[in-house]
Design a protein around this ligand. Structure first.
Ligand SMILES: *[C@@H]1O[C@H](CO)[C@@H](O)[C@H](O)[C@H]1NC(C)=O
Ligand SMILES: *[C@@H]1O[C@H](CO)[C@@H](O)[C@H](O)[C@H]1NC(C)=O
Ligand SMILES: *[C@@H]1O[C@H](CO)[C@@H](O)[C@H](O)[C@H]1NC(C)=O
Ligand SMILES: *[C@@H]1O[C@H](CO)[C@@H](O)[C@H](O)[C@H]1NC(C)=O
Ligand SMILES: *[C@@H]1O[C@H](CO)[C@@H](O)[C@H](O)[C@H]1NC(C)=O
Ligand SMILES: *[C@@H]1O[C@H](CO)[C@@H](O)[C@H](O)[C@H]1NC(C)=O
Ligand SMILES: *[C@@H]1O[C@H](CO)[C@@H](O)[C@H](O)[C@H]1NC(C)=O
Ligand SMILES: *[C@@H]1O[C@H](CO)[C@@H](O)[C@H](O)[C@H]1NC(C)=O
Ligand SMILES: CC(=O)N[C@H]1CO[C@H](CO)[C@@H](O)[C@@H]1O
Length: 626
């Protein structure tokens, strides 16, 4: 018994020592002393991150000047808007300032702090004066290649993937986010608005429902074998399919009214392949209800010409149907993209529905055909909104913000620096993708945005000819480089998902992005190019800051690394080596990849050593004092 008493006393002494130790100010020396670099460093200083502060205030408020769906703390949302939310996503944690230990280990508390005993079996000290325990150490921005490499060796090869999804729920009175949008056909059959998507395969699944308030972007493939016969027959190619012959219900009140009238509601899974039947002659039919709204085509519609360039269509509001041109062997005016734009207003539901198309003359070479489908929801009377990539920390799958550092001259002649940010967030940091036939697509519209936390790899082919290989090595280099980094790539990255463009100090330059490519060399041997860039690896280093309970991801470094291939060779194989066959194209693969590396520094370790006790104790006996 006496032995037991003495080790308990030792423990209490230890607690006391621990608390006085932690009152000594913890000073962390900066990991590296500031180094002078030759990089163009913005003159403005970065905004310091307050130590030991929870940075998360309303992390779901991602739209500046606009109401975010399901974000109940967003000051831009009205009470009426909040009713249309299916749930509140602002679920961040309150930082706990209690330090708790099991109460049966403590007899005497000799610290001066308040003690809370209402947690069963736990002994809590109300003020945790060792706050560093609960917060990340703020990281420095990585501004030199050496520093980047240091981080890489220390933290490399750790990826983090996170997913969120919510299943739609049906609510009786009004649409809530995630609900399907109900449709009514001229036949009075009910259905839901489809947004064709690639689900298990690349092929389009027409039954995939569009979800209320969720901006969706889908891409999928239509298998068309015989263009001549299928051009006019396949309804997916016909723009009319996507708005004619049906209306959408602006509010779920429509379904309630129908139920009250004990109408026999037949729900069908509607695909665009519905064949129209003669309308029923009924004034009060669901199709003629005031809640039923037509989707109106709204120009300018886009026509992609044979060279792959986008332009405005020459026809005005007359939406064409596809027709087959037997001479040119092409399907004229087939739909390649459908964009639905909805305006909503809280619980009132949908107040406007428009559709805009992209058409293209389809030739056999464009098969299998890739189609795009998109929905956009915006709130009534909201304009000039800007979607952030996080508030403040970057959120997974949100595009990494990148722009150009520019000088802006104000009216009184002073020159200020600012960041020029593309208004299309999909054009920030981009990666190459291939067109359906595998060739590199160099247009910006065909690139995929790099989104936070998503490590990925992509590639495509450049076709070269024997003659090019001897004459035009530098052109090949140029094509590969352009495919890899895209036309006019931005080079300044924002540390947070909500960094304003005026805070130039909070944007930093991507390392290595404009490294001049090595001089491509035409070798003495015909058909050989040397020193050609064929790969690009993009690395982002990020660190969590703020409280451990609500980590906020901050990007602290970015680097472009090109892969240079010593030699690419036009391979002449077998019969292809016959004279005259050197005009056959050959494909060079270019690849790019991106990875995100977590370099979060651990919270400051606690002071005080472990007391030596010889008694057998439970594993968590000293929790949280390890
Ligand atoms: C700790 O920091 C506070 C405020 O920065 C300062 O007033 C105090 O003197 C410091 N204590 C020690 C022991 O350095
Ligand atoms: C510890 O907590 C339990 C449950 O609340 C309580 O029954 C017990 O008396 C407490 N022991 C001490 C020493 O406070
Ligand atoms: C449906 O009927 C119920 C009860 O008869 C009534 O309270 C409700 O207001 C009706 N709803 C609509 C949309 O007409
Ligand atoms: C609904 O239609 C089905 C078949 O068309 C029929 O069997 C059923 O009785 C109808 N119900 C009502 C309430 O009219
Ligand atoms: C809707 O009403 C119009 C006349 O107001 C009528 O011609 C049409 O057939 C009705 N449609 C349906 C589906 O009942
Ligand atoms: C499609 O082909 C037709 C007929 O050849 C032509 O008039 C039209 O301009 C073409 N459309 C585009 C977008 O090139
Ligand atoms: C939008 O909703 C508000 C609040 O419910 C209402 O006052 C306003 O009239 C609605 N606007 C439209 C165009 O329906
Ligand atoms: C939206 O823009 C229009 C003109 O483009 C302007 O008249 C209107 O006041 C703006 N509305 C809001 C809420 O800013
Ligand atoms: C990059 C380049 O010069 N490409 C050319 C290679 O040669 C073929 C035909 O020989 C041309 O069509 C390409 O434009």
């Amino acid at each position: 018994m006496a032995v037991n008493m003495s080790w308990l006393w030792v423990l209490v002494m230890y607690l006391n020592i621990k608390f006085s130790l932690s009152q000594i100010n913890v000073t962390t020396t900066p990991a590296t002393t500031p180094t002078t670099t030759t990089q163009a460093v913005p003159t403005e200083a970065p905004t310091p991150i307050p130590r030991n502060t929870d940075l998360a205030e309303c992390t779901c408020d991602l739209t500046a000047n606009g109401c975010d769906v399901n974000c109940c703390c967003d000051p831009e949302c009205s009470d009426d808007d909040r009713l249309a939310f299916s749930s509140c996503v602002d679920d961040y944690n309150v930082v706990d300032t209690y330090a708790c230990v099991r109460n049966d280990t403590i007899f005497i508390d000799n610290s001066q702090y308040l003690v809370k005993k209402d947690v069963p079996g736990l002994f809590c000290i109300q003020f945790d004066n060792f706050v560093e325990r609960n917060y990340y150490t703020p990281p420095d921005i990585i501004d030199t290649v050496d520093k980047f490499d240091d981080y890489l060796t220390q933290y490399g090869n750790i990826y983090s993937f996170q997913q969120t999804d919510s299943s739609p729920t049906i609510n009786n009175d009004y649409y809530r986010s995630g609900d399907p949008i109900y449709t009514v056909y001229e036949t009075n059959a009910l259905g839901t608005l489809g947004l064709p998507a690639a689900l298990s395969t690349q092929l389009c699944t027409d039954g995939n429902p569009a979800a209320f308030l969720h901006n969706q972007q889908e891409e999928c493939v239509r298998e068309i074998e015989d263009l001549a016969s299928e051009c006019t027959r396949v309804s997916a190619l016909n723009a009319w399919t996507y708005y004619e012959g049906f209306k959408i219900f602006t509010s779920l009140k429509a379904l309630q009214v129908l139920q009250n009238e004990t109408q026999n509601i037949t729900m069908t899974t509607i695909s665009p392949d519905v064949t129209a039947m003669p309308p029923l002659d009924d004034e009060l039919s669901p199709f003629n209800m005031s809640y039923a709204m037509s989707i109106v085509p709204e120009g300018p519609h886009i026509c992609i010409d044979d060279g792959g360039f986008n332009g405005m269509c020459k026809f005005g509001d007359e939406i064409p149907t596809p027709s087959y041109d037997a001479v040119g062997q092409k399907c004229i005016d087939a739909v390649v993209k459908v964009l639905y734009k909805f305006i909503y207003n809280g619980t009132t539901g949908i107040t406007s529905a428009r559709v805009t198309f992209t058409f293209r003359n389809i030739t056999q070479q464009l098969l299998p055909l890739t189609q795009n489908f998109e929905t956009q929801f915006s709130k009534e009377n909201e304009n000039d909104t800007f979607r952030r990539s996080g508030n403040p920390g970057y959120l997974p799958r949100e595009p990494v913000m990148a722009g150009f550092l520019v000088d802006k001259t104000t009216d009184d002649g002073t020159v200020l620096q600012a960041i020029d940010l593309d208004s299309n967030r999909n054009n920030w940091v981009t990666m190459v993708t291939s067109s359906p036939n595998g060739e590199c697509a160099s247009e910006l519209t065909n690139r995929v945005p790099v989104t936070f936390g998503m490590s990925m790899r992509s590639g495509c082919f450049i076709s070269v000819y024997f003659s090019n290989m001897t004459e035009a090595c530098s052109q090949i280099q140029q094509m590969a480089l352009e495919a890899l980094r895209g036309p006019n790539p931005p080079d300044y990255v924002a540390v947070f998902g909500n960094t304003p463009v005026e805070s130039v100090g909070d944007w930093f330059q991507i390392l290595g992005i404009y490294d001049s490519p090595p001089n491509p060399l035409a070798s003495q041997a015909p058909g050989v190019c040397r020193n050609i860039i064929t790969g690009l690896h993009i690395e982002f280093i990020y660190a969590n800051v703020g409280s451990l309970a609500n980590p906020q991801a901050k990007i602290i470094g970015a680097s472009y690394q090109y892969r240079v291939q010593d030699e690419i060779r036009y391979q002449c194989v077998g019969a292809y080596c016959m004279p005259g066959n050197e005009a056959a194209p050959q494909r060079i693969e270019v690849t790019s990849s991106v990875s995100f590396i977590d370099a979060s520094t651990k919270a400051v370790p606690e002071a005080g050593g472990k007391p030596k006790v010889s008694a057998r104790l439970p594993d968590d006996f000293f929790y949280p004092f390890t």
